[in-house]
Design a protein around this ligand. Sequence first.
Ligand code: SF4
Length: 484
Amino acid sequence: MQFDNRSRRSKILRDVNEIKASDNYTFTSTGESNLCMYELAPKEDISLRNFEDIAAQRLKALRKIEELKLRHEKGTHEEYKASMTKELTPIFDLCKLHTSAITNEQRKEYRLNDVIGHFALRLAFCRSPEDTKWFVTHEIELFRYRFQNETKSAIKNFFLDNNFDAELMSPTEKESRIEDLCASYGLSPDKVRSTEIWAMDALDALELVRKRKAFVHSGKVYLEYDSLITIIVQRLRANMYSSMARANQYMGMIEEQDRLLPRLERLTKGGYGGKEFNAAEGQSITRHQIDSASSQFFPLCMSGIQSHLRKNHHLKHGARRQYGLFLKAIGLSLDEAMAFFREEFTQKIDSDKFEKQYGYNIRHMYGKEGKRVEYTAFSCASIILNNPPSHDDCHGCPFKHSTEDGLKSILKSNKIKSEYIDEMIALSKINQFDKACSLHWEVSRGREKGSLPSLITHPNQYYDLARDAAGNAVEGFKMEESSE
Ligand code: SF4
């Protein structure tokens, strides 16, 4: 066993050294493009302080993209793109590359930081499948945005730099294939003449060729602009997933491990939508306090599940997971969670059945079964974007998943004034769930509108802020001090 490990470690080291020794080891592009496929990591020396600052800036931008994506879920692409420009440019140097107001030195620096920041976050986010997926999704979104802002000549250089055999079709060439192009894309000749069409090596677009979604001729595939981005993004995504899986294996080989790993840890915990919320140190909650906490501190998504549980003595899988992880993060211990769910569920089923069907599931959430992973509570983005509830489910976000009448009745029973109910419904209709929920937080505690310093992006953030605002000195509820 030991021999196996030694031989694996030396193979990894050999691989790393070979890459470093290679003449091709470079991270910058040869041409004028600001874009990069991130195929090779940077070799520059960089201080840990700079490393962390550059990564933190990029992470802030990815987090903003997550927020904007949610906000513009139903809006037009143009609105989304305009918001990206408005909100990313002040916080992310990379987005200034498209402006003419920067010097060549700055351009060079921003491009270098692009690669350093990208690879720093790859390292930080490679350690769990959830983190990797979050990172890849938002990096791809950033790449798409940047690609759309590049000039034609920069895109040509990008293709050259990255061995994509792609050329914009000239008007003469288009004219020579006009009938085929019209038939393939269902466009009129005039529309084909005014549309950008790129010719690319068919081997780079096998998926589209296989699905017969593009015109192919003499080894070339002819693509509209949107399909072109799809091909590039496919390659980038595959490259990121495979290299992050490898990076995860290499973590043990990192020089400066002791100083670097805590920094990477801080990055993944410190700020994105998937931020971990845990019970504040020294505080816990018992199952007997949940009803009181629910009525005073829980966001609507969680108080709704609590009411459903009390009424029906059962929760389906989606709600068990959303609610169970939330309760864990406010300080409900595994023993208390088992007792809490057992007391409710056994009003309908016997204890044996509970143990067999649900006990494992609850212990699993606490990292005591299966892969023994410490699962974290879902953020609003994750609740809103993943696993939507069907008609008989009670999980999800009421601002996103309830009908207008359903939401109105929830808010009425929550004693929210009708003027605010209308405002929350209006915000929900334009996908501003974070604003609707923040407004709910404010008005249900008699605070000024807009007084919350930041928007609610996590149910446990809602809870923590509500509990802090009440100073824990609310009748019928007092946080337990841990005996440890
Ligand atoms: S916005 Fe977030 S915290 Fe508020 S109800 Fe929806 S999921 Fe819950």
